[in-house]
Design a protein around this ligand. Sequence first.
Ligand SMILES: [Fe+2]
Length: 277
Amino acid sequence: MLTIAQITDLHITTDTDPVNLWRNAERLQHVLKSIHALKPRPVAIFASGDLVDRGEPEEYEALIEILRHVEIPIYFGIGNHDRREPFLAALSGHGVQTDPNGFVQYAVDFGDLRVIVCDTLDEESEGGAFCEDRAAWLAKTLDEAPDQPTVIALHHPPIASGIRWMDPDPKAGWIARLANAVRGHDQVRSILCGHVHRAFNGVLAGRAVAAAPATSIQLTLDLTPVDMRNPDGREMLVEEPPGFAVVMAYEGQVNTHVCVAGDYAPAVAYTSPFVRG
Ligand SMILES: [Fe+2]
């Protein structure tokens, strides 16, 4: 049994923002405590972007300070709230690698399981991007280990959540390029992402897509149409508990658990033999 924890959308900041972003450090600590208590302890943590809120160097310093006491190796991907230059300046010494074109893309092997980190950042927009160069790197990297069970990890879901102000155009070129790079590579078991601040699942190119909940604040599950130019007073964010995901490689399968962080009392203990009937 091999497990990897996924955390996402940490949004660490040095600002005392009115949307109570300042509490994100505390929320992340709850998540990290829950991850350390997992049985077995994950071999790694992958943080899938939006590590900080405004992409500022001081925010990355604050993040590194929080992570100083983590006892599990951490790997980082980049999200739309990150900025490449300060991201790389802060994290290149912490396992982050770039592909030959400077994108935050790299592969890490954990026993039989390979994690391929991809970069969907477009610094000009909040939405996802995956250019020909990034797609070519992914296809080439997949070609290198065709028999190794693999998960692809990126920030922006290439599928719709139904929370319309967050969703990509399903016909967007970047999604087609990602899907084309994945097709024909049977070792790809799933695509892990974040960005939506809420757990949801779907399918792209025949592969499971799993978005993890945020360690920071969650998005309200409101699937009704919205006009982003006309505020209608709807709830957009909600005080649901922070969460994370656990990717499990077991018996030839690669599956995902979604977890709520926090201290919860045990309900039942194993004190007598199971009776199957
Ligand atoms: Fe985010």
